[in-house]
Design a protein around this ligand. Structure first.
Ligand SMILES: Nc1nc2c(ncn2[C@@H]2O[C@H](COP(=O)(O)OP(=O)(O)OP(=O)(O)O)[C@@H](O)[C@H]2O)c(=O)[nH]1
Ligand SMILES: [Mg+2]
Length: 450
């Protein structure tokens, strides 16, 4: 049997209330040892009790509410006790200490959720959705996490698996019971349209996964340009916060400065960089090298030029070196006199970072270019978890291999192997992957009466 775990479940720090949570077969017993009020061993499940937490010397530590949840209808499917106490750091820690000295063990990060998974209360996708929910930074990523939590992804994957399993089952019947005539004999010809249809659905999901990941992780966006063009000013305006230092001295930003901003539901991980130029200054030179690294990894580049000065060779170099990147060209300092030759640019936005409306122009351009205007339309086929996507791609590869075997008229056993591998890869998404499960499911589907 698993031991009883305890942890502070609320954010660490000062707050009005904190919750200390315990899970395990001893949870109620341990809580009872430190609680003065009702006998918690005699209370009903899902009830709340007022009382005090007392220490070894019977001194009162805090006035609390204790909620008792008895297995199995709990988050972990074990007995769970939650102690709501006053939110001071000292008090909360003291209560946790008391629980630990009374027989509980400090929980590892995520261990409550892990137990919920181990005890079959939730599947892997739901467990992962718990952390996605906590990490969610926009309405859409919250929606995605909630769909995962509700089990929508599991249902989707299960329906794929069930379709594949039906194929496998029919093949197995053909091979093992050739005399069984109720079942139409499955041929490679019959398999081709079935696998093709499956592949089409998986493809659609993989295609959407790129958008899903953007929704979840955000877009790594680098602000690049010559020194003094206003990169840090643009960062600050987008963040609506003076995060980066701005001065009229070229070469102000030496290191990368980062900030996160939500532009119409799209998270941008903004990176302000040192202006690119040849320099003898050691620190600045390292900064410029870093900028080049950032530029390589960026998913979106905001190139900034100065309206009030003439283009220089390094401006043109930047234009050339980013031409294959997804980029937005911003010409800044439109409030000053024009010196720049705009004929070099195909598409640009003219702004002054001093002007709020101009910042909105930049934001609109970002929305347009990232093309995620319809993120309210998210459904459960948006899968943003990198592990899930990798497994979907693996399943896709096996199905493709099965399809090409079927097309060249390979023996049906060979196709069966590919189908089984695809079924297994999908199983790993929901944390179910053992060959016995395949047999169990197979026989529950087909009652051969033998
Ligand atoms: N007139 C005018 N000045 C601006 C504008 N935006 C920024 N500046 C000024 O330009 C100077 C440089 O701005 P920064 O944001 O530090 O420029 P940077 O590109 O980050 O410069 P480095 O960090 O040195 O590469 C500062 O004095 C800003 O106040 C603008 O739209 N109009
Ligand atoms: Mg700067």
């Amino acid at each position: 049997m698993l031991d009883t775990i305890a942890a502070i479940s609320t954010a660490f720090g000062k707050g009005a209330l904190s919750i200390v949570r315990m899970s395990g077969s001893e949870a109620i017993e341990i809580a009872n040892k430190v609680f003065r009020g009702k006998n918690l061993k005699k209370v009903k499940s899902h009830t709340v009790h007022y009382g005090h937490i007392i220490n070894e010397n019977k001194e009162i530590i805090d006035e609390v509410l204790v909620t008792v949840f008895k297995a199995p209808k709990t988050f972990t499917r074990e007995d769970v006790v939650e102690i709501s106490c006053h939110g001071g750091i000292f008090v909360t820690n003291k209560i946790l200490e008391l629980l630990l000295s009374s027989g509980a063990r400090l929980a590892e990060p995520g261990e409550f959720t892990k137990r919920a998974f181990m005890n079959g209360r939730i599947d892997l996708t739901q467990a992962e959705a718990v952390s996605d929910l906590i990490e969610a930074r926009t309405q859409s990523s919250l929606k995605m996490a909630n769909m995962g939590l509700r089990g929508d992804i599991r249902k989707l994957i299960e329906s794929f698996r069930s379709d594949i399993l039906t194929c496998i089952a029919r093949i197995e019947v053909n091979i093992d019971y050739p005399e069984y005539e109720d079942e139409e004999e499955i041929t490679t010809g019959l398999l081709i349209p079935i696998i093709t249809k499956l592949l089409k659905s998986i493809d659609e999901i993989i295609e959407k996964s790129e958008t899903s990941q953007i929704i979840k992780e955000g877009i790594d966006t680098a602000i690049i340009g010559k020194p003094n063009v206003g990169k840090s000013s643009l960062l600050n305006s987008l963040l609506r916060q003076n995060k980066a230092i701005v001065t009229n001295i070229a070469g102000t930003t030496r290191d990368v400065v980062e900030g996160v901003v939500n532009v119409g539901g799209v998270i941008l991980n903004l990176i302000d960089t040192a202006g690119i130029r040849e320099t003898k200054d050691v620190v600045e030179r390292i900064g410029v090298e870093k900028t080049k690294e950032v530029l390589k990894d960026a998913q979106l580049v905001i190139l900034v030029f100065d309206y009030s000065s003439e283009l220089e060779p390094q401006d043109l170099e930047l234009l050339e070196s980013t031409k294959d990147k997804t980029r937005i060209i911003v010409i800044n300092k439109s409030d000053l006199n024009k010196k720049i030759d705009l004929s070099v640019f195909d598409d640009y936005i003219l702004i002054s970072t001093f002007n709020h409306e101009d910042i909105e122009k930049v934001e609109n351009k970002i929305k347009e270019i990232t093309n995620i205007s319809d993120i309210t339309e998210i459904d459960s086929t948006y899968i943003g978890n990198a592990r899930h996507i990798a497994k979907l791609k693996e399943a896709k590869r096996h199905l493709e291999s099965g399809l090409s075997s079927a097309e060249v008229g390979e023996v049906i056993d060979m196709i069966n192997i590919d189908l089984t591998l695809a079924w297994q890869a999908l199983g790993e998404i929901i944390g179910e992957n053992n060959p016995e499960a395949l047999l169990d499911e197979l026989f529950s589907k087909f009652c051969l009466g033998k």
